[in-house]
Design a protein around this ligand. Structure first.
Ligand code: GGG
Length: 439
């Protein structure tokens, strides 16, 4: 049995609360899909700082290096300047392990209401690729005459050809994947920032020539902010600098319902170092310890980690369990209009994963190897959905199609036929197109 070694840094504020639920669900996922976990929790963060005067021990990166991945909660404490907490824990890990891709999906999940009028599930389906090691976050600068009336501060953005090229290429390669729509939008502010971002624009144009099948768009960041609100459905893969990527993904989180659903992966695509998975949200000291934090962003970040580790099927199942929880709507935290606690949401996801739906075993069907199609395939709701017999269809953000349901063999057969019409074939009526799996 494969066992994954994961360094867990719950961190500050609500970090430990949401990570607890993430671990609860990940342990259940491992049991179900026959892989093991060896979690090592590291008590780094602001409490560590109060005791030791630093956010992590000297040599912290060496401690993390042998792990298969890092699962991170949040960082930030009201009594410590944010630049201290961030620059001494999260950013050194991103830079030190050359996690140059920060991948942040912005998906409007079924069962979630967007504040934008008339948006339905999956109308918004973008992935923001944020450059994660340089740009505006480069730790270059300093104070001069600090604390005097003459004081000045210099903060330098660093854009290298190498740094721009590799993250932009990653975005193009992602846009070509079967679950994406072959479009990359680059976001800069090169009208005002005439060096680094001009270099970025130039590299974007050069790399795009290698991907003639991928549509491109270049936006200034102010226009991009506006267009995320005005026409979010037009975005597929968005690539942006460190700071702009951070800002844009907060907008993406809000238009898709909540910061509490926004997941992220800080990825070293070359796999020389462990990658790190964390919810986009911060430590939220205002709700810490109240059981109000939404653990779904941490759980979805866990699913991203599971996919990175190569357990695709398990990642699909976990995302489907989250979708089922959202659609069911009876275990949601207040940010999504519910009354459930952090723990109750974690339990609901685990129950959805384990198919404990009134004691009836769940049957999963998974369409794999579907012919590539542009746009979205919308499954017509079937007679079972309409009859309210507990059939829920969901689609994974990965482009695999699956539906968990609890029903009888005859109903499954009929449901598959319904989908056969929608999809032009399935594993039953057209062997080889899809697979029916039962678990
Ligand atoms: N879970 C992520 C977290 O704690 N983020 C705190 C933060 O301020 N992050 C800034 C950034 O990601 O650039």
């Amino acid at each position: 049995m494969t066992t994954y070694r994961i360094a867990v840094i719950p961190g500050d504020g609500i970090g430990p609360e949401v990570i607890d639920q993430g671990l609860h669900v990940l342990k259940g996922l491992g049991r179900r899909f026959d892989f093991g976990w060896k979690f090592r929790s590291l008590p780094w963060g602001s409490d560590y700082y109060f005791k030791h005067g630093r956010m992590m021990p000297e040599g912290g990166l060496e401690t993390l290096r042998p792990f298969d991945a890092i699962y991170f909660g949040a960082v930030g404490h009201p009594e410590i300047h944010d630049h201290v907490t961030l620059n001494n824990l999260l950013l050194p890990i991103r830079r030190g392990f050359d996690q140059y891709v920060c991948m942040r999906p912005g998906l409007l999940y079924p069962g979630v209401k967007s504040p934008l009028n008339g948006k339905k599930a999956r109308d918004i389906d973008m992935v923001v690729i944020r450059e994660n090691t340089e740009g505006e976050y480069a730790n270059v600068g300093g104070f001069h005459y600090e604390g005097t009336p003459q004081e000045m501060a210099a903060q330098t953005s660093v854009f290298t050809r190498h740094g721009c090229e590799r993250v932009i290429r990653f975005a193009f390669e992602l846009a070509r994947r079967s679950d994406r729509r072959r479009k990359v939008t680059s976001v800069t502010k090169s009208n005002a920032m005439g060096y680094g971002m001009v270099l970025w624009d130039r590299v974007f144009e050069e790399v795009s020539a290698e991907f003639p099948d991928v549509a491109t768009e270049s936006l200034l960041v102010d226009a991009a902010c506006m267009d995320f609100i005005r026409r979010p459905e037009d975005f597929d893969v968005v690539v942006a600098s460190n700071l702009f990527g951070d800002i844009l993904t907060d907008i993406a989180a809000m238009i898709t319902g909540s910061m509490g659903l926004a997941s992220s992966g800080n990825i070293d695509p070359e796999r020389r170092f462990p990658s790190m998975f964390e919810p986009v949200h911060g430590s939220a000291p205002d709700i810490t310890g109240e059981g109000l934090a939404n653990p779904l962003a941490a759980i979805l970040s866990g699913a991203m980690m599971v996919r990175h580790l190569g357990q695709e099927e398990a990642a699909d199942a976990l995302e489907a369990a989250v979708v089922q929880t959202l659609e069911a709507g009876d275990a949601l935290t207040p940010d999504l209009g519910g009354k459930a606690s952090t723990e109750e949401v974690g339990d609901a996801v685990l129950q959805a994963l384990n198919g404990r739906n009134n004691g009836v075993p769940r049957i999963w069907w998974v369409y794999e190897n579907l012919p590539r199609r542009r746009g979205r395939i919308h499954l017509a709701s079937c007679s079972f959905c309409n009859d309210g017999q507990g059939l829920h269809d969901s689609t994974a953000p990965t482009g695999r199609w699956y539906g968990p349901f609890t029903t009888t063999d005859a109903a499954i057969e009929q449901a598959l036929q319904t989908r056969a019409e929608d999809l032009g074939g399935c594993g039953v009526c057209q062997p080889g197109v899809g697979t029916l799996r039962t678990r």
